[in-house]
Design a protein around this ligand. Structure first.
Ligand code: FAD
Length: 446
């Protein structure tokens, strides 16, 4: 019987295993060095914040794996011997495969800062990071201040987590405004305000110079590059982005760039070896997307796709329209399509912000054809299905505004804001768009 071995029990590896099982009787083994069972990395913050127990982050009961004949092996793969189809483990044993799926995820970036390996200096990625956080920052008696380095989605999550335990946080952000390489200036400014309003000591345009040790090899302070200021702290969170975790393919013939290079079928350059999820890098980016996408749902889609290919239904990875979501303290964020930090030449923008500075929408559209290109929603939830359809059917900005009632989840939103949004657009553009009533059946029965 063909043996499929998967390195990594994250969303990508586990989805591949589940779908291979649905489609075949092949022998399946998932290997992980991190945890016995699959857990949801995105929910780690809620464990620290006390909303969930760690067990609740495990979407499948422990019996699920045996029942579905998916073998789980705990161990760290040191080397892939592709010539002999064998994995060699750090623990000394080995495992043969017929086909191998590499789904080893990401690891936090460390830029060679002096002191980055000290105790109390960590990323927020693994189960062990969560355990270390409990050790070094369980409360504000043991951790009198934390410093977070790097203003992205994980940095702001860590700030919220520490804040929930009343630990003072200094947040060093290299950019002049939060996440402004991704967000347009309006949204970025709104999130700056949100961070500050939560009492976080936000330091924009500041970099870490070094981390200073106490006599026990534990962090005691950091020094800021630009000002030379020394800030005492008991925890340093390194959240300056992540990179593909490709240690396992070092010293092998598997082609790498920043990640493990794959074609549209998620095949590496070595027959019978595939790579999926955060660790995979497309030879050529798909449309406007990045060649490496470290997001949950693309890992899941790659897992489903590779399972088909392995089970003799070779299909290309086609991720569809870009979307993403996150949370910045109390403000939920969703994006559908493309709203770049800076508009491209053919783009026009429409921006509306509520006076509370907690809600906004930002729409990008083509100034010649009026085609809708993308939307950012903050503090407002919009329907994925609606925007997927709008993007596929290349609807106009006018169509989107007319049908805002179909786009959003929240009946209150209609009452409160839709008229105001459309009126603002009409004034700015000398148009006369009229809001249509909600028409779910008409839109989605087709
Ligand atoms: C705190 C946090 C919040 C996030 N929030 C969001 C979000 O809101 N939305 C979103 O879309 N994405 C979010 N992400 C990103 C998302 O979690 C990742 O894109 C996703 O988990 C990647 O899944 P994966 O299966 O590719 O890899 P991973 O989940 O990283 O799994 C890889 C596994 O492989 C194991 N492994 C690696 N090398 C070896 C080896 N040599 N031997 C054995 N095992 C090995 C690792 O230990 C790990 O268990 C978040 C990430 C973090 C850390």
């Amino acid at each position: 019987m063909e043996h499929i071995v998967i390195i990594g029990n994250g969303i990508s590896g586990v989805t591949a295993a589940r779908h291979i099982r649905k489609l075949s009787d092949k022998k399946i083994t998932i290997v992980s060095a991190e945890s016995d069972y699959f857990f949801s990395r995105t929910a780690l913050m809620y464990v620290y914040m006390g909303h969930l127990k760690f067990e609740h982050t495990q979407p499948y009961e422990n019996w699920f794996w045996k029942k579905n004949r998916i073998e789980l092996k705990k161990g760290y793969v040191d080397k892939i011997d592709a010539k002999n189809n064998t994995l060699l483990f750090a623990e000394g044993d080995s495992l043969k495969y017929d086909k191998l799926i590499i789904a080893t995820g990401s690891k936090p970036n460390k830029f060679g800062w002096p002191g980055q390996e000290l105790k109390g200096v960590q990323g927020l990625y693994t189960k062990q990071d969560l355990e270390n956080l409990e050790l070094y920052a369980p409360n504000n008696k043991i951790c009198k201040r934390a410093v977070i380095v790097g203003g992205g989605l994980i940095g702001i999550e860590l700030a919220e987590m520490l804040h929930s335990r009343h630990i003072p946080v200094t947040f060093l952000v290299r950019e002049s405004s939060f996440w402004n390489g991704v967000l347009p200036s309006e949204e970025s400014a709104m999130i700056n305000k949100e961070i500050l309003s939560n009492g976080i000591d936000l330091r924009l345009s500041y970099n870490l110079k070094e981390i200073i040790s106490d006599e026990n090899g534990q962090v005691k302070s950091i020094i800021i590059q630009e000002s030379g200021e020394e800030i005492s702290c008991d925890l340093v969170g390194l959240t300056a982005g992540v990179s593909p975790n490709i240690d396992v393919v070092k010293n092998s013939d598997i082609e790498t760039g920043k990640g493990i290079k794959v074609n549209r079928f998620l095949e590496t350059n070595i027959p019978n070896i595939y790579a999926i999820g955060d660790c995979a890098e497309q030879h050529e980016a798909i449309g406007n997307r990045r060649p490496i996408e470290a997001v949950w749902y693309t890992g899941r889609m790659m897992g489903e796709t590779v399972a088909q290919t392995i089970c003799y239904n070779k299909i290309e990875y086609k991720p569809g329209h870009w979307f993403n979501s996150a949370k910045f303290f109390d403000i939920e964020y969703q994006t559908y399509g493309w709203v770049w930090a800076q508009p491209k030449e053919n783009e026009e923008r429409f921006y509306w912000e509520h006076e509370s500075s907690k809600k906004c929408i930002h729409i990008s559209y083509d100034k010649n054809t009026r085609e809708f290109i993308g939307i950012n929603n903050f503090g407002i939830r919009m329907r994925h299905e609606f925007f997927d359809k709008v993007l596929t059917e290349k609807k106009t900005i006018e169509y989107v505004l007319e049908h805002l009632a179909d786009a959003n989840f929240d009946p209150e939103f209609y009452k409160l804001h839709e008229k105001e949004i459309v009126a603002k657009f009409n004034t700015e553009n000398s148009t006369n768009i009229q809001l249509k009533k909600k028409s779910w059946k008409r839109i989605f029965s087709a």
